[in-house]
Design a protein around this ligand. Sequence first.
Ligand code: FEO
Length: 408
Amino acid sequence: MKTIKLNDNTFWVGKIDNRDVPFHRLTLTKGTTYNSYLIKTEKPTIIDTVDFAFGKEYVDNLEQIIDLMEIRYIVINHSEPDHSGGLRALASKAKNAVIVCTEPAVYELKEMYKLHDREFLTVRTGDTLDIGGKTLEFYVTPYLHTEETMVTYCDEDRTLYSCDIFSTHIANENYFADMTDEDILEDFKVYYQLIMHPHRLYVQDMVKIISKLDIKVIAPSHGYIFRENAKNYINLYDEMSKDTPTNKKGLVLYSSLTGNTKKISQEIKKIYDAHLIDIDIIDVNKVAIEDIKKAIEVATIIFFGTSSKYADMVGTLEDLLKELPNINLDNKIGVAFGSFGWSGEPIEIVQDYLIKSGVKTLNTSEVIKTTGMIDVKFPIRVRFSLNDNNRHEFDRALNYTIDLVTGL
Ligand code: FEO
């Protein structure tokens, strides 16, 4: 088996996939690699595996260089099957191995690979694991690009096993970025745009965390391994994920019964202000409809919010919604939101009005299909008021709209 030495006692044991690889409704015409790593310490540890299609081949190859019963830990940074796909085959032979992952990943891995009887070690940011001669540190990186993802850092080797982050989809035979004459930046940036940029606010969080580490080598799960200038690649992610100045404008139109929908409107404005996006907020009951129309004309994204009363909208919002077909809504985004107590029918009715008006109306199905995010939901429904239980979902939806607006 071909093994590539990465550090002392550390080897690349992955798979180069030269096919046209179907992935997220795209075709990776340059193929890809599934970078799995073996750290052969006193407690031998595997970092990530390979795609599901190559599980048996992977384990057969691995058996040539290590007795699989010696493996003590299998670290799975990300549940998606191009990383964890070899786990079932590996776990069936590495019977002494504990599977190391984040808490959300435990359920996914148990269900995907029927590992209900296996021992799992759940880790959180800052947790460390002594693997007998080397120390691993774990840092959760939620939504990069799915909820359960994390990265693993080997302190002694100053190596970051970064999973999808810093990856490139290319079936390179050179393994290391410093071994190729190719300009890899284009592939690096395309990967970032496709996989990471929809979650760029989380990229910023991740950059802050890993900037505290003394990283010499970045060993991602796909494509090139970076042994030189690791800091440059981190800086690129930082730059590409930063807020960019935009002249796009937001508008919040609301009609509130007890003040909950008004407070949600104010929270929307607060979040937009924090991202330096100009946004106005209007109580539709207090402003003439002609003036509201003028505000809509100059806005890129318009939030329409209502409280619920006896399953209906409150105030004059519906009068405005009936006018929408008479307003030019080309290239504008509409978002329905509101507070509700029981079922929140009026929020759905606002959504129906938006769809009929022809404005690009944000909806959950489209978000799932285009980004894979399952916790970003539209319309934005807030039961009574924002609190610790619903705040995360609200912030996720707002962050999504900010990415949309700044990306236009
Ligand atoms: Fe490389 Fe998220 O899969």
